[in-house]
Design a protein around this ligand. Structure first.
Ligand code: CP
Length: 305
């Protein structure tokens, strides 16, 4: 892969996605060793620059970089000089003055990662920018489907819930459609506005119908923190129409898998019995996240595969 930055799945070719997933496969084994470390990025400095909360993405980028022997600096905006009014650009320029090699950024503004590439000399990885994209989440979702189904083409992937505010949904749509699967979106109409039909998807507002014959169901959290209007009447009504229950799961193929990027709102979009069932691969997604992020870091920084 010749890229310096990873900003979106939209910009990647099918070949680049395949290369990242193939490289990730090689890194899965390292996390199972007694000594989980290889010298691929020895001497490199990676910054985790997070302006929004995160459990999975931030931790797994840190673990991935450390398993590759990079030095990692974790930046949290809540205890930084951002609180004193320092701008994003000044913050990044000051961190870069310490000779960083790669900056991983999560930011509430769509386009923040791309903005960094206009003045940064470090590589930039988008760890979620507003409602735009979350490319490494889609790559680990692809890796999880590949490991469970043995392929990424010819499947029916149903993405359910708050599509409007979901950067994961946008990245997943690009990844699974580029790899040759059918993507169906389901959720309340205000959370799937008409412009989503311009993407390579089908939309079915009736979840029971959308789930028929699905191979993979990706449930999304209601992002109440990004909602500034009445997108659905009540949480109770949302649950009745869009919660994935054991009964609804019976409409999918018998070997369909259930995914969720996390954090889960148990009992809202996902019934606890489903989240904890043998059909759920949610923790496997988290496990694959480390290998995928090791692959992304090593490919961008030119380390060995
Ligand atoms: N999937 C995901 O981005 O989770 P975090 O917000 O915990 O990083």
């Amino acid at each position: 892969m010749e890229r310096k930055h990873l900003l979106s799945i939209e910009e990647l070719s099918r070949g680049e996605i395949e290369e990242i997933l193939e490289t990730s496969r090689g890194f899965i084994e390292i996390s199972k060793r007694p000594i989980k470390k290889v010298p691929v990025l020895r001497g490199k400095t990676v910054v985790n620059l997070f302006f929004e909360p995160s459990t999975r993405t931030r931790s797994s980028f840190e673990i991935a970089a450390k398993r590759l022997s990079a030095d990692v600096m974790n930046f949290s905006s809540s205890v930084s000089s951002v609180r004193k009014g320092e701008t994003l650009k000044d913050t990044v320029l000051n961190l870069e003055a310490m000779k960083t090699d790669l900056i991983i950024i999560r930011h509430p503004a769509s386009g923040a990662a791309k903005f960094l590439t206009t003045f940064c000399s470090s590589s930039v990885v988008n760890a979620g920018d507003g409602t735009h994209e979350h490319p490494t989440q889609a790559l680990l979702d692809g890796m999880t489907v590949l490991e469970n189904k043995g392929r990424l083409d010819g499947m029916k992937i149903v993405i359910v819930g708050d599509i409007l505010h979901s950067r994961v949904a946008r990245s997943d749509i690009f990844l699974f459609s580029k790899m040759g699967s059918k993507v169906v979106l389901s959720g309340p109409p205000p959370l799937i506005p008409p412009y989503f039909s311009e993407l390579p998807v089908e939309v079915d507002y009736n979840l029971d119908r959308a789930l028929e014959g699905a191979d993979v169901v990706i449930m999304l959290r209601l992002q109440l923190e990004r909602m500034h209007g009445g997108f659905f009447p009540t949480v109770r009504e949302y649950r009745e129409k869009y919660q994935l229950t054991p009964e609804r799961l019976n409409r999918t193929k018998p070997d369909a898998i259930v995914m969720h990027p996390g954090p889960i709102n148990r009992g809202i979009e996902l019934a606890a019995e489903v989240a904890d069932s043998g059909r759920s691969v949610i923790l496997e997604q988290v496990e694959k996240g480390v290998a995928v992020r090791m692959a992304v870091l090593s490919l961008l920084l030119g380390g060995e595969k």
